[in-house]
Design a protein around this ligand. Structure first.
Ligand SMILES: [Cu+2]
Length: 208
C-alpha cells in the first residue's frame, strides 16, 4: 500500500490471523513523514504495531506480529486523520478466502466495529467509520453528528477518490451539532466519501 497527497491509497488492510505478515508501505510524498500504526480501536486503546516513520519518497516493509482475528484501526501517527481499518481473518482450513466476492449482501459491512453504518460521527478530526453502507436504488438517511466544537464538517459522496462526480454534498455544520442527510437513490456500487473541509477524513460508501 502507499501514501500520497496526505492520503493512504486504501482504508482497509487485510491480514491473516495467527502468523506474522508484512505490509509493504510506499511513502510517495516527498519530504513528508508517514507511518502505519495499528491500534485495537479508533480510541487508540492499545497499540498493536508501530511502523517506523519514513520520509518520502521511500518504501519500507513492516513486519507485523501475529494478530488475533478481529477488526482493528490503523492510522499515520504523523497525520492521524489518515486512517482506516485492519481486518484480521482467521487462517481457517480449506481454500483461499473468497476475496473475489463483492459485498453485495444486504446490510453491507457487517462484522466490523461500527454499530450502525447509517450513523456517522466526526470527532477529533476523524470520522467514526470508514465504511458507510446504504440501500440501493432508494432514498436513505445518514444521521451525522459533529462532536468537534467550533469545527466544521460535512459528508460528501463522490463516484471515486479522484472526486470524479459528486453524488451528494451534505450541508456543512459546525459542532457540536447533528443533522440528517437525505441521500438520493444510488445505484449499487462502491463510492467514496470525505469531508469537504478536511478531505483526509474519508472512506468508502457501499451501495448494494
Ligand atoms: Cu471535517
Amino acid at each position: 500500500m502507499g501514501a500520497q497527497g496526505l492520503q493512504f491509497d486504501t482504508n482497509r488492510i487485510e491480514l491473516s490471523a495467527g502468523a506474522p505478515s508484512t505490509i509493504h508501505f510506499e511513502n510517495n510524498d516527498p519530504g513528508i513523514q508517514h507511518n502505519i500504526a495499528i491500534f485495537t480501536d479508533s480510541s487508540l486503546g492499545t497499540n498493536l504495531f508501530r511502523g517506523e516513520i519514513v520520509t518520502g519518497p521511500a518504501a519500507v516493509d513492516y513486519r507485523i506480529p501475529p494478530l488475533e482475528p478481529g477488526t482493528y484501526y490503523f492510522h499515520c501517527d504523523v497525520h492521524p486523520t489518515m486512517s482506516g481499518s485492519v481486518v484480521v481473518k482467521a487462517a481457517g482450513g480449506g481454500g483461499p478466502p473468497p476475496t473475489a466476492t463483492p459485498a453485495t449482501g444486504g446490510g453491507g459491512g457487517g462484522g466490523g466495529g461500527t454499530a450502525n453504518p447509517s450513523t456517522v460521527t466526526a470527532q477529533g478530526l476523524a470520522f467514526s467509520t470508514t465504511e458507510i453502507a446504504l440501500p440501493p436504488d432508494a432514498p436513505s438517511t445518514i444521521h451525522f453528528e459533529n462532536k468537534d466544537a467550533g469545527v466544521s464538517h460535512d459528508i460528501a459522496i463522490y463516484t471515486d477518490s479522484s472526486l470524479g462526480t459528486n453524488l451528494f454534498r451534505g450541508q456543512i455544520i459546525t459542532g457540536p451539532a447533528s443533522i440528517d442527510y437525505s441521500i438520493p437513490p444510488l445505484k449499487p456500487g462502491t463510492y467514496y466519501f470525505h469531508c469537504d473541509v478536511h478531505p483526509t477524513m474519508d472512506g468508502s460508501v457501499t451501495v448494494g
